[in-house]
Design a protein around this ligand. Structure first.
Ligand code: NAI
Length: 550
């Protein structure tokens, strides 16, 4: 790695800084002799110091702050730390800790990361984007803070989400961090608490009309095409309606996707594929009832229908297997409050606001919670599903933890061990009736980093639903049969990097086969091709530009 930086500036650049690991030659050439301790430590020794210091922290929030500070100083050591034990560190840099971080974002703020683009900059978005120091940006993860996790409108406090999300691209799938740009589009907030908080970091005004917001997003999306032409835009945590509408607005024109809609759908589809394997059925043998018809629910229903069509059903047959229930009850044909994308799931059925009554009448094999309502799958719901089904499939996807529609313990206990269960957050194994059950985490971090890696390596021009279905199949195929029998629907997190490289390779193959790649197909096998593009958290030799020229 060559740099024009010298002296203290080398230490202030997190992607160059090796803190206590510079060699004597590097210290001499970079002019940092005396600016760091006079040792050359190994990366393992550095990691052991980080672990020691983390061991003194008593809460995950404190561990998050420590790691954020580490990233501000030494990027390689940060990624080395979180990639050394993903099962331990992903819940700290992302969900569930990130929920608490966002709630307190303005209070915890120490240093800017990513970009903050306010609606007041309309007309000048391109100029603002050009302020970003990296010229080759491949991914922007963007939120307007409209619906952060299950926590609602957090406005600028939602800026923590794109930061964490993009760290997972690197930690889970090896996308090099220098190509990633977290972005907060500030169009105001309707959150009264933050509007009156002196430490709030966003615009102090309520959200604009939909037309105003969309014209701002239009300018942003167009500007990205010009300033970062190889960039894929990942939309994250917008309100359900905006998420679906903005995806439709751009998906056929640009390289964009929405993780809440498509990533969630991909990971839940992977779980459904494996639940069907456990039951010895096909996806098209099942009947599905959703609690929640927002961006996550609708995205999943749509992707599920595409997968059912791939199994041989017509689109109408596929849609007839999917029922949805939202805050106003069952989606059915007499409802007048539904938006366009919900109407295809509003079948002929008597109106009801009683979820258990809907279960008894529709007799689903699978219920899917994407409602943000913790505890909504109560004992009556689980017992009703267990009466109707030998192996009821219960997917409680809402997060953070307290928003899960039910816990695995509740699902296994109330179903007397019959449930096949997964949630949106990590829960520990459950012992019931002398058996140990392994609840899976239907977290989209199994999908979007792998999709990201495949897009990065192939420079894909579009992100289609078929890529997410292929990713779902690849994830499902990686659960060994013995773990499947213990109820585990997803691969273990401990090996997530290897798992995502395999998934990315399958997605990349489909990108090439579909003619969406903007690079030539590799001569090597696809897994090696992905590995060649993957970041490893190891220091590279740093060479001063002057010395290199000499
Ligand atoms: P959204 O706000 O777009 O939709 C929520 C839906 O739940 C709406 O249809 C609403 O009518 C319905 N709802 C609200 N209260 C209800 C009630 N009392 N009874 C029945 N339905 C009710 O939210 P979105 O984006 O669809 O997300 C939903 C949840 O899914 C969130 O908690 C989010 O964190 C979670 N999620 C989980 C992911 C994962 O990886 N497991 C990924 C993305 C989202």
């Amino acid at each position: 790695m060559t740099t024009s930086k010298h002296g203290i500036d080398v230490l202030l650049e997190p992607s160059l800084n090796k803190s206590t690991a510079f060699t004597e030659d590097e210290k001499q050439l970079l002019g940092i002799v005396g600016l760091v301790p006079d040792v050359t430590e190994s990366e393992d020794l550095q990691l052991s110091r980080v672990m020691l210091q983390l061991g003194h922290k008593t809460t995950d929030l404190d561990r998050y702050i420590y790691l954020a500070n580490l990233l501000d100083h030494d990027e390689t050591l940060f990624y080395r730390t979180i990639m050394s034990d993903p099962a331990r560190f992903l819940p700290i840099v992302y969900d569930p800790t990130i929920g608490e971080v966002c709630l307190k974002f303005g209070h915890l703020y120490r240093q800017a990361r990513g970009m903050y683009l306010s609606i007041t900059r309309r007309g000048k978005v391109k100029e603002v984007l050009r302020n970003w120091p990296q010229k080759d940006v491949r991914f922007i993860c963007v939120t307007d803070g409209g619906r952060i996790l299950g926590l609602g409108d957090l406005g600028a406090n939602g800026a923590g989400i794109p930061i964490g999300k993009l760290q997972l691209y690197t930690a889970c799938a090896g996308v090099p961090p220098q190509y990633l740009l977290p972005m907060y589009l500030d169009a105001g907030t309707n959150n009264e608490q933050y509007l009156h908080d002196p430490l709030y970091l966003g615009l102090r005004k309520t959200r604009p009309s939909k037309e105003d917001l969309y014209s701002f997003v239009d300018e942003f999306v167009d500007a990205v095409q010009e300033v970062f032409p190889k960039c894929c835009i990942h939309f994250e945590d917008w309100t359900g309606v905006d998420a679906v509408h903005l995806l439709e607005r751009y998906r056929d024109k640009y390289c964009i996707y929405n993780d809440d809609v498509q990533g969630t759908a991909g990971i839940v589809l992977a779980g459904m594929i494996n639940a069907a394997k456990i039951k010895g059925t096909k996806l098209s043998d099942e009947k599905y009832l959703f609690l929640g018809a927002g961006s996550a629910g609708i995205g999943l229903a749509n992707l599920l229908c595409s997968a059912l069509v791939e199994e041989g059903l017509t689109l109408e047959q596929a849609q007839s297997k999917v029922y949805m229930f939202d805050i106003n009850g069952l989606l059915e044909s007499t409802r007048t409050d539904l938006v366009d994308f919900q109407q295809v799931y509003a079948h002929k059925h008597a109106p009801t606001r009683d979820f258990v009554a809907a279960i008894e009448s529709i007799r689903p094999t699978t219920i899917i919670g994407a409602s943000t309502i913790g505890g909504a799958f109560n004992q009556k719901v689980i017992e009703s599903m267990s009466r109707i089904n030998e192996r009821p499939v219960i997917l409680a996807l809402s997060n953070p933890t307290e928003k899960a529609e039910c816990t695995p313990e509740q699902a296994y206990t109330w179903s007397k061990g019959k449930a096949i269960y997964a949630s949106g957050v990590q829960f520990p194994p459950v012992k019931f009736g002398g058996k140990t059950y392994l609840p899976g985490q239907a977290n989209n971090f199994y999908i979007f980093p792998a999709i990201g890696m495949a897009i990065f390596a192939t420079q894909a021009s579009r992100v289609t639903d078929e890529l997410f279905i292929e990713a779902a199949r690849a994830v499902a195929d990686q659960v060994p049969p013995d773990l499947l029998q213990q109820g585990l629907l997803y691969p273990p997190q401990s090996n997530i990097l290897e798992s995502e490289i395999q998934t990315a390779a399958r997605v990349a193959k489909l990108v090439f086969d579909s003619g969406l790649a903007r690079v030539s197909a590799p001569l090597t096998d696809m897994v090696s091709f992905i590995r060649e593009h993957a970041y490893t958290p190891e220091y590279k030799q740093v060479v001063a530009e002057v010395a290199a020229a000499a």
